[in-house]
Design a protein around this ligand. Structure first.
Ligand code: CAA
Length: 298
């Protein structure tokens, strides 16, 4: 089945990027948000990125227009009734995801493929909550979606071959590389990335290096595009906190446990770039490390 009509659930950080790349690839894309304010915010971020692309000479003004023409925002679930593929990118919460998939299950025809962009939750559990577990899989994109070239395509023991192959082919139309993986917590990337990021926080807690030096070490010593604490600020401390808890629950290994500092930062509202503060403060022209985080009793 050739996928041409796509529905994206959620127009936040990940959902807006996913909707953008689908529309950019020529797919008729409908993106859903819970209210008009959040929808407008998500669509504005897509528009901003596309404008930036035109300014950088990465796409033409006509391509930008075409992309926006392929994209429709909605707050009504019924507008997703005729989609070939639904990609869910709502809040990383099992109950919220199951609730929206169950509702859509009664609206979309049986052949519609359901996919979740979850970073950590069990795809089998989400699939089993619907009447179409054979046409349910994971499509895991990376942040920032328009720039990152990989999508993990994850099948469960219930996913039928044709749905899996259709999803792999669909990722190819987005000019991204698909890798095949299965429904194991974290798939490939996060299984390796999450303990690394959490260890960077532990290294900071233990005084191995400053925020700046830990980031510089991995950038200059290993050639990573950004240091782990900058990356944590990009992904979101709240998101990473949830992911760590799900991983620890599954594996019961210390390397997946949430460091004390990370938990406290999340509780204090330090959610990373999106909240203006995380390991760095984003209030000024350039990010400034929040060195007071590990200053001890002051
Ligand atoms: N439109 C089109 N292209 C754009 C653009 C726009 N609006 N803005 C930037 N670009 C292009 C630039 O022109 C540039 O292209 P070239 O390489 O051809 O020159 C490229 O994108 C990089 O842009 P910048 O030079 O502005 O930025 P950068 O070099 O600092 O790279 C980055 C930014 C791509 C984010 C890079 O730092 C990076 O790869 N960081 C790591 C990100 C990462 O690890 N993401 C995964 C997070 S984990 C996750 O998401 C999964 C999860 O479940 C938690």
């Amino acid at each position: 089945m050739a996928i041409t009509k796509v529905g994206v659930l959620g127009c936040g950080l990940m959902g807006s990027g996913i909707a953008q790349v689908c529309a950019q690839a020529g797919h008729q894309t409908v993106v859903l948000e819970v209210d008009q304010k959040l929808l407008d915010k998500g669509l504005a971020s897509i528009d901003k990125f596309l404008r930036g692309g035109v300014e950088r000479g990465k796409l033409t003004a006509a391509e930008r227009e075409r992309t926006l023409g392929n994209l429709k925002g909605t707050t009504r679930l019924e507008d997703l009734a005729d989609r070939d593929l639904i990609i869910e990118a709502v809040v990383e919460n099992r109950d919220a995801k199951i609730e929206i998939f169950r509702k859509l299950d009664t609206i979309c025809p049986p052949q519609t493929i359901f996919a979740s962009n979850t970073s950590s939750l069990c795809i089998t559990e989400l699939a089993a909550a619907t009447r179409r577990p054979a046409r349910f899989l994971g499509l895991h994109f990376f942040n920032p979606v328009p720039l990152m070239k990989l999508v993990e395509v994850a099948r469960t023991i219930l996913t039928e071959e044709t749905a899996f192959e259709d999803a792999l082919a669909f990722v190819g139309t987005l000019q991204k590389t698909a890798i095949r993986t299965s429904d194991k917590t974290g798939f490939i990337v996060n299984r390796l990335l999450v303990p690394y990021i959490l260890d960077a926080v532990r290294a900071l807690e233990e005084g191995v290096g400053s925020i700046r030096d830990i980031d510089e070490a991995m950038k200059l010593g290993c050639g990573y595009p950004m240091g782990p604490l900058t990356l944590l600020d990009l992904v979101g401390l709240d998101t990473t906190y949830h992911i760590a808890n799900v991983f620890f629950d599954e594996f019961r290994e210390r390397r997946f446990a949430c460091p004390a500092l990370l938990r406290r930062m999340v509780l204090a509202g330090f959610h990373g770039r999106k909240s203006g503060k995380g390991f760095y403060d984003y209030g000024g022209a350039t990010p400034v490390p929040n060195d007071f985080l590990v200053g001890g009793a002051r």
